[in-house]
Design a protein around this ligand. Structure first.
Ligand SMILES: [Zn+2]
Length: 93
């Protein structure tokens, strides 16, 4: 790494690597980084992705849980009967 360069190595085509050419703006871990390659920025990005993953998974799990509950509720009732009595789950006729 030369002075005045971001410390990130970019993996290019055919196995060549070169230094990131963006202007370094952050000094972290004893090295200079451009905005998008600084360890603190990458860490924030990763945390945001993990958070979205957790939220999506929680939503999926709730959907499965709800479907299981509905399945148990109507267990033993034929599909035809449910179709002919659309108010059945609300306690209507
Ligand atoms: Zn960079």
């Amino acid at each position: 790494m030369k002075e005045g360069e971001c410390s990130e190595a970019i993996f290019g085509e055919r196995g060549f690597t070169h230094q990131c050419l963006k202007k370094p703006t952050k000094y972290e871990n004893n090295k200079w980084w451009c905005t998008i390659h600084s360890p603190s920025y990458l860490k924030r990005q990763m945390e945001a992705r993990n958070e979205k993953f957790r939220a999506d998974r929680a939503k999926d799990q709730e959907r499965y849980r709800r479907q299981d509950a509905i399945d148990k509720l109507v267990e033993g009732i034929s599909t035809e009967f449910i179709e002919q009595n659309p108010g059945i789950l609300r306690g209507q006729k």
